[in-house]
Each structure stands twice: as C-alpha cells, then as structure tokens.
Design a protein around this ligand. Sequence first.
Ligand code: ADP
Ligand code: MG
Length: 696
Amino acid sequence: MTSVPEIFASNVFNDDVMRDKLPKDVYKSLRKTIEDGEDLDKSVANVVANAMKDWAVEHGATHFTHWFQPLTGITAEKHDSFITPVSPSHVIMEFSGKELIKGETDASSFPSGGLRATFEARGYTAWDPTSYAFVKDGSLYIPTVFCSYGGEALDKKTPLLHSMEVVNEQALRILRLFGNTTAKRVTSSAGAEQEYFIVDKESFNKREDLIFCGRTLFGANPPKGQEMDDHYFGTIKPRIAAFMKELDEELWKLGVLSKTKHNEAAPAQHELAPIFTSANIATDHNQLIMEIMRKVADKHGLVALLHEKPFAGVNGSGKHNNWSLGTDKGENLLNPGKTPHENAQFLLFLAAVIKAVDEYQDLLRISVASAGNDHRLGAGEAPPAIVSMFIGDELEAILSSIESGENYLGVEKQRMETGVHVLPTFTKDTTDRNRTSPFAFTGNKFEFRMLGSSQSIADPNIVLNTIVAEELRQFADELESAKDFGKALDELLRRVIKEHKRIIYNGNCYSDEWKVEAEKRGLHNYATTVEALPHFVDKENVKLFTSHKVFCEAEMHSRLEILLEMYTKTINIEARTLVDMTKKQIIPAICEYSAHLARDIAAKKAVGEFIDATPETRLLTKISSLNKLLFEKGLVLEENVKNLPKTSDALEKARYFRHDVFEIMQEMREIIDEIEPHVPKTIWPVPTYSELLFNV
Ligand code: ADP
Ligand code: MG
C-alpha cells in the first residue's frame, strides 16, 4: 500500500501543485486572487484552466463540474466533458479560463424562496479559488458560489465568504489597536466533529421509513440500549473498521484531514473528526465527509445514517462546530496567551464572543433549527434549545474580578496600570468537559454543540462570523476614538461583562433548574423549529446582516421561506410514509397475529376449556384494542395530510404540520411501540431496533 503522506491530497489541485504546474507570474497572480480576492486576469485564467485540466486528466478525469451548495443543504454538480472536436474523427481535451471562472446553469430546480422569477430560471456559478479544486469519480470538481441572474445568492457559500470577510476586517481593526501591524488577515477556522450511525444495508432496505425519511418512525426499545456505556470508545468491530479504513483513505486523497474516529455513546453510533481548517474549506470538507461516508458504507454493505435521530430512546447524532479566529501569522486570537498584553487582547475577543452570543442567541438557535434537530434539542440528551455559554470556573472568576475591579484571587499583581489584566496561566483541562453546554470555551476555541448531524456547517459559521464581527466593530469604534486606551479597554470589558454575563452558565444545562433559571435571566427558549425560525427576520437581525452586507433583506426572507418549506416537506414525507407502513404492514401484521390467537381461542373453547383468563384471550383483547386505536389515529393522520389548510403562508403551513401532523405521528408511534413487543418476530414485518442496532 502507498503510504499516507503519499496519498494525502493526491487528488487535490492545491498550493503545491499550483506552484509546480504554473508559470511563476501566473502562480503569483493566482495567489493574489486567493489571498486578496482580486479578479483574475483572463489570460491568467486560461493558463490556470489549462494546467488544471492537464493535471486532472493525468488523474483520470474526463469531465469537469462546478460544485456548489444550494439551499437544500447538500451539494450540487453538473458535469461537462473536456472533449472538443477538432475533426469528425478527432477530439482534444480542452478547458478554458471562462469555463473555469463562470458557469451557467438552470436554477429552476433549486429552491430560491421567491428570489428567482420563473421566467428567469438562469443561475450562475462562479469559481471560489479559496477552496481547492479536486478530482473525484472521473471529474474535476471546482468549488463555486451560486447566484441568480439578479445577483442574489442562492447558496450557502456566498454569505459564508462574506461573513469571513467582515470578521477579518473588524478583527484586524482590533489587532491594530494592540499595536499589531504585521498581521494581514484574520481567518475564522472550523473543525466539525461528525456523528453518524451505521446499519446493515439488508436490514435498512426492509424499512421504508429509513429509506424515505432517514429515521425510524417507530420501533420499541431493545432489551439493551446504551445503559452499559460499553460502546463508547469500545473496540471497533471488524466490518466497521474496514469501512472506516477505506473512508479515511478516500478522504485523505481529497485532502480532508480526517484525524479521529471512535465509537460514540449509542450502539452502532460513531464519530469522525477532522483537523480544523478555514471555515470555508471546513464547510466543503464536511460536505465531502458526509457524501463519501455514504458511498463507502454502501460499498461495504452498510448504510451511514446522518439523520439527527434515527432511533428513539437512544442518543441522536449531532455535529460539534469548533470555531476560532487566527491570523495569517499563526496567532490564535482565542488563545489566552502568556503575556499581559496578549491576555488583554484575548479578553477583548472573549468579551466580543460573550456579547455576540447573548445578543444574538436567537440567530444561533435558528442556525441549527430543522425538523430532524427538533428531536434532539431540549430532549435531555443534546444541548437544550436554550443558548448559553460555558467558560469554566477559572475564567468566570477572572471576569467577575474585572467586573468588580478587585484582584483575582491568588494572583498578586493582577492588574497593571494600563488596565491590562494579568491572567494566571490556566490549562486547557480546567475549561473543557462540560458536555452539557451548547457553546463551550475549550481552552483556545469555542465548541458550538447544537448542530444537527446532517446539516451544513455553513449556517452556524455565517452567524458566528457575522455576530462577532458586529461586536468587534462596536469595540473598535469605541476604542479607536478613546484618549486613554487602557482605561477605555478596562471600562469596556467591565461594562460588557456586567451586561452580558447572564449568558454564562457553567452548570448542568440538561437540568430542570437551568430551564427555570434561564427563564429568570430572560434567555430565549425556542423549543421547536417553528418557534425559532420566524425570528430570523426580526428587526435587529435584518439590521445585522444587511449592515454587514452578508445578506440583503430579500435574501433573508427567501431563506426563511425555504427553511419553512423544507420543514413542511420533511414532516409531510414522514407522515405519508407512516400512513403507508401502518396500512400495508403494521395493521395487517397485527390482524394476522390476532387471527392466530382467535383460532387458538376457538380451538380451546371447542374442547370445552374456559378461555376468559387464558394468555391468548388477554393478549387478543389488548392488541385488538390498541390496533383499533392505531387504525383510528391513522385515519386522522391521513385526513390531515390530505386536507391541508388553504394558505400560501409558509409559517402557517409549518405550524399546521407541527401541531396537526407531527403530533399525531408521535401518538401513533407510541401505540405501535406498545404493540411491537407482543407480536412474534416471525410476524412483525420490519427489522426491530435490536436487529438494526446490534447486528453489524
Ligand atoms: P475534543 O473536543 O475531544 O476536546 P480537540 O480539542 O482535539 O477535541 O478538538 C476537537 C476539534 O476542534 C477538532 O476538529 C480540532 O481540529 C478542532 N480545533 C482545534 N483547534 C481549533 C481552532 N483553533 N479552531 C477551530 N477548530 C479547532
Ligand atoms: Mg467535541
């Protein structure tokens, strides 16, 4: 086998390849485009395109595709071949700068939330040189942004790149205030830990709910769940190990820094964590991780489930978005540092994050809202729906000493004259390990833990970058005009801590006390997607995004519309699947077993046995009455899915699906789960939780 360093990024047109394959001046202008966002000259683009094509063909590519991230949350691609005819019997492989930079595509099959009038169905893709092109499945993949004819963004990458730009701009202003004249760029970085379940393909294919919805719509708990905690970090089973090995190799070829893999808390649940990189590349890589995971699993006769809650009663799957800001000189701005000077700068960035999370709790909550994630947030396993921050006792004590103006205990000379605070060096271990907090400081980065496993990490990073940029802007405005920097900094820190410390909670966020306490503190608690989403277009949020030009107002309304529609569609598919399975599989199976029982009872009666108290009679009575209830609820559900409210209002529709559809589904699953344990395996029509969770 080839060594890992040899295969790593072997299918990526990255910096090393560019330097190697491009003439010096062309390489230089391309770097300028990548670093400063300058337009690429047409002649330069032609040279780059040609070099890319030659390299891609060497790596087995015959086609190229602009790869983009429409608002469906997954990726899209349309492949064209490099083939150009030169005579009736001859072709050459060609790829122009124009084809590299811009693509035109039919946008009508992608959601636009009303942004794209039907008569103008064209959409445009434009090369994003900050994320490297790569070869996969015989095509050269070119990461691109996607917008409408009118220039409105129809994707997740455009606002992500804008948000990275604004946080860069504002963070640099702060660095200059601290005398840093050398840093040229501040980049937001992300590392997304990905949870997923693996089930056997044969079992998977026997369940319509897994096929159509990605989750089980019913299923009784197996005798053993995750109570023994023996799966977490346990030995990886051979079939899974083989899958993971190939997955790593495929990801490495694409330059994805897949680093950690282990079993998760629930049976059949696993996690993959890459090493962090820029938020943009991390977003692309997370998409690749999800896609390749599915493909490789399929090759191994397995299915990777990325749904947030494939099984009730066992842990769901989330994604942890580790986030930080770093300079081009390698300085992590969320690292407390060793000198008082570095510490003061750290405290200011920390204050910006605290203020941002407090003021824009709703946006963070909205950035993770989906039908799938509704099963986790607030269900006592994942972080709650209430956004709060964990910073650890030590940092909290430091912040309260700043607020009160007192010396931090145990530290002799805690403040220098200039108002710069001396922090004791604290180790990473003292901060981490509150696993219940939705937003935790983990020593040199923040870990946002509310994300659903299937979602794009673009949304939370757009929000994080923009809200922190807004706070840094306010801080820079205030401090740039201050006469005495040290004093102004001290005042600012004190004020921010006083006004926003309510967002900090180091206790157990799963507890009921916290819900009560959070309400006292006035924090939002949007338990469901339909409660959270409408706040996206609240006045302050529109002001935030439009003032930083991350979204225009029309884009915000269109995105809200799309999110609501996706919610409605998801529940609609689930409901129809449940109706179908109930009618064609569950009720017939129960009837079949009831008929068995009835025959046995009749036989006993015929020989004169007293049948009233026999197990057969009691069982039959029980399952018949449950079956009757299920049948009736099924009729209601079917009726409600057919007779939709006559409204074009997306929010009203989404609310209807939550209350008049989803809740009935929940009632039906309770009934089915009560019946399932009574029905023999030979009659039960679909694989049970035991089979799905324990037989790989
Ligand atoms: P754990 O969550 O188990 O403590 P780590 O500390 O190794 O694990 O980090 C988890 C994730 O955080 C990894 O993906 C890692 O690359 C990422 N990470 C580490 N430092 C940063 C950073 N400065 N910015 C963004 N992500 C980071
Ligand atoms: Mg983590």
